[in-house]
Design a protein around this ligand. Structure first.
Ligand code: FES
Length: 273
């Protein structure tokens, strides 16, 4: 069993768990994910590692209560309680190469998995710019945590209630034009990552995206996370989840994301009654 050492609620839907998992904490790297199962017979869900503390043996996940399991996590599992399974680290870690300037773009929940990458690039000596995008001020989280490792921090809200009004792509375009960074890492909803990739493409700035949102069983068995990258078939859970965004076929991914919508709606409906 794995204990939830600490819980933090960021908004109605978004919350954090610090999980006691020393073995995973010892080998976790930025970009890794874990598979979580709440109890025997429950579904397994993939969650990207948002932080890890090797000394304390803790792994942090940030979760949005959208589906059946994530709503159970929010509503039924309290601080100090334990759950059945936590398997990882899985996937290939992000390659932390030696570059001068990296721009990180996190959208909504995508801010969480961006964090370990931001810290790792900063610690490797890179200059770091972080762009965090949220719908509104109430959804902003981890501003202080990001400030610690970002040389420059830009917060954008869709409704203009905090930071710069508008989408992260406007800020990204400006930073790219003015500062000519070496690399961009973008994690968030699929349309946001797609828009970031199209923003950087004309400038030829390498852009990594994380495709963890299309994973289902996380083991390479279900085929749900199949994606075409540079004309080759890849599986996000085995070959990723991080890929060169300029090579990813986003049109195929948009179609794939819609595939499980009906089943998810049914499970949600069932949980709600
Ligand atoms: Fe099932 Fe990758 S998530 S094959």
């Amino acid at each position: 069993m794995y204990r939830i050492v600490r819980r933090e609620q960021f908004s109605d839907a978004t919350f954090l768990w610090d999980v006691e998992a020393p073995d995973i904490a010892a080998s976790a790297e930025p970009g890794h994910f874990v598979m979580l199962r709440l109890y025997d017979g429950a579904e397994r869900i993939p969650l990207t590692v948002a932080d890890f503390d090797r000394d304390k043996g803790l792994v942090t996940v940030v979760v949005q209560a959208l589906g059946k399991t994530t709503r159970e996590m929010r509503d039924k599992f309290k601080e100090g309680e334990a759950f059945e399974d936590f398997v990882g680290p899985l996937g290939l870690p992000q390659h932390i190469d030696k570059v001068d300037h990296v721009v990180f773009v996190g959208g909504g929940l995508g801010v969480a998995p961006i964090f370990p990458q931001l810290r790792a690039f900063k610690q490797s000596g890179a200059r770091t710019t972080a762009i965090m995008g949220f719908r509104t001020k109430d959804l902003v989280f981890w501003e202080d945590k990001f400030r610690e490792f970002a040389d420059e921090l830009i917060i954008c809200t869709d409704d203009g209630s905090y930071g710069e009004p508008g989408l992260v792509t406007a800020a990204l375009e400006r930073v790219i034009t003015q500062q000519k960074p070496d690399k961009v890492v973008a994690i968030g909803p699929m349309p946001m990552m797609h828009a970031c990739v199209e923003t950087t493409r004309p400038h030829g700035v390498k852009t990594m995206v994380s495709l963890n949102t299309i994973m289902v069983d996380g083991t390479g068995m279900c085929g749900s996370c199949r994606v075409t990258v540079g004309g080759e078939v890849k599986f996000a859970c085995v070959d990723g989840p991080d890929f060169d965004g300029h090579k990813v076929d986003f049109h195929e991914l948009h179609a794939r994301q819609k595939r499980f919508k009906t089943e998810e709606d049914k499970a949600n409906e069932h949980f709600a009654h």
